[in-house]
Design a protein around this ligand. Structure first.
Ligand code: NAD
Ligand code: MN
Length: 425
């Protein structure tokens, strides 16, 4: 099927997803505990991404250029890889599903998606709707199971030509190793420990608002979450007090009026509680949160109070390793150079943000911070659907999805030469 027609099919899939957006959002909300409103927004993002890639069917550009030889013509075209093995995390299940499936399909691959074990129904319903909307049978296959029993065999399968993984750095390293053994193409979208700098010239109300969104939205279960808040000494005390007050005022729960919901499962929650305990033993101070919510309204869910910590050493575990929960650490620095150095002192390099009214600082930071995304005066967030997202260092293996850059993950470039034979003219 030509790419243009693949795009038309994917447009119909998007229409069908939109017609059932409410139902999809309800499943996402039930599986994750996030509010129905947020789940609806996430489904909207998934559809927007689908429309972008459906349109790419009409723009699956190759390149032509001049050959060095006479009467010879040179062009480069995109071809499918074959079977795409897709593995995703549970944090934003409908967005994660769309993020992999649409670019894989528009490039002409078939896809086998391993759903996240905590959100199996979301991916299943996505595929069901896609098939009902006219996606030919066999093109999108959703498989269910735990990582080692279901994800690992997919990665290792000889008929899988390209693996795209969104998940933890630990598992990503293993997948990279496995793919290295047979030189299988692989795209790894992994974790982050993202810095957000608050300068002495920042609008502190704005900074507090954006730090709360960066650290706590989706219960901090975002690869782009801001977890290292680096604050200039001159405004540190004022900023800290306002941030702690704002964090305490956040509403935690599964309803539309709440700011964020539970974390995905009990194991994750216990890992985070243990990490906060260890940080406190190592000398950090928990300013607010750090505990499970056990009041009657929250006792049955995996709710962690919004947590703000100070005095953690930059080399302490809590400063180095991603927690994937509503936990932020504050660091006090003397000025811009120290802030930038601390921001860059990380195993990761996914997103980064600075709050400043100085154009010099904003531009200097955007260029010098070692990350795949840099933001001035907003939050640490992922890229928009039509823009490339990915990270440096242990945040990934250098690939970028989505945007047109995702087409490079899911297609192979073929160079074609045609020699015209003047004698035959
Ligand atoms: P995880 O790595 O434990 O699991 C992710 C997926 O991999 C799940 O489907 C799981 O079943 C599967 N898996 C686990 N072990 C496997 C194995 N040996 N072989 C194959 N598959 C295996 O991650 P998690 O804790 O569930 O998710 C959170 C992580 O995902 C965080 O590190 C977060 O930063 C990252 N994430 C990254 C992005 C990004 O775009 N960079 C987006 C969302 C989440
Ligand atoms: Mn990455």
């Amino acid at each position: 099927m030509p790419a243009v027609q693949r795009g038309l099919v994917l447009h119909r899939v998007c229409n069908a997803l939109e017609a059932r957006q409410q139902e999809l959002a309800e499943i996402v909300a039930k599986e994750t505990g996030k509010s129905p409103k947020e789940a609806f927004g996430e489904a909207g993002g998934a559809i927007a991404l689908g429309r972008f890639f459906a349109g790419e069917g009409q723009r699956l550009y190759g390149r032509t250029t001049t050959s060095g030889a006479p009467d010879k013509y040179a062009m480069t075209v995109r071809q499918p890889c074959g079977v795409a093995g897709l593995i995703i995390a549970a944090n934003t299940p409908i967005a994660n599903t769309a993020w992999k499936v649409f670019p894989a399909l528009i490039c002409g691959n078939t896809a086998v998606l391993k759903a996240a074990e905590d959100t199996p129904a979301t991916s299943w319903l996505f595929a069901k709707i896609a098939h009902e909307a006219g996606l030919p049978p066999g093109l999108l296959n959703v498989i269910q199971g735990y990582g080692t029993e279901c994800g690992a065999p997919l990665v290792e399968h000889a008929l899988v030509d390209v693996v795209s993984f969104t998940g933890s750095t630990k598992v990503g390293k293993w997948i990279g190793e496995m793919c290295g053994k047979t030189l299988k193409k692989v795209s790894l979208e992994l974790g982050g420990k993202n810095p957000l700098i608050v300068c002495d010239d920042a609008d502190l109300d704005e900074a507090v608002k954006w730090v709360c969104l960066s650290a706590f939205s989706n219960a901090g279960q975002r690869c782009a979450a801001g977890s290292r808040i680096i604050v200039f000494d001159q405004v540190y005390d004022r900023f800290r007090d306002r941030l702690v007050a704002a964090a305490r005022a956040l509403k935690v729960g599964p309803a539309d009026g709440d700011d964020f919901g539970p974390v995905i499962n009990e194991r994750q929650l216990n890992t985070m509680l243990a990490a906060v305990d260890k940080a406190a033993k190592d000398g950090a101070r928990v300013l607010t949160g750090g505990e499970r919510l056990t009041d009657p309204a929250h006792a049955k869910g995996c709710y962690l109070a919004p947590t703000v910590i100070e005095n953690a050493a930059p080399e302490a575990d809590i400063s180095r390793h991603e927690l994937f929960g509503p936990i932020a650490c504050l660091y006090r620095v003397g000025g811009y150079e120290a802030a930038l150095a601390l921001a860059n002192d990380s195993l990761y390099g996914l997103t980064a943000c600075i709050h400043t009214t100085s154009i010099d600082r904003g531009i200097d930071f955007a260029h010098k911070v070692r990350s795949g995304v840099a933001v001035v005066n907003a939050g640490t967030f992922g890229s928009e659907p039509h823009m490339p997202f990915g990270g440096l260092r242990q945040s990934g293996n250098g690939s970028r999805e989505p945007g047109t850059e995702a087409l490079d993950v899911y297609s192979e470039l073929k160079d074609i030469y045609i020699q015209v034979r003047p004698k035959k003219l």
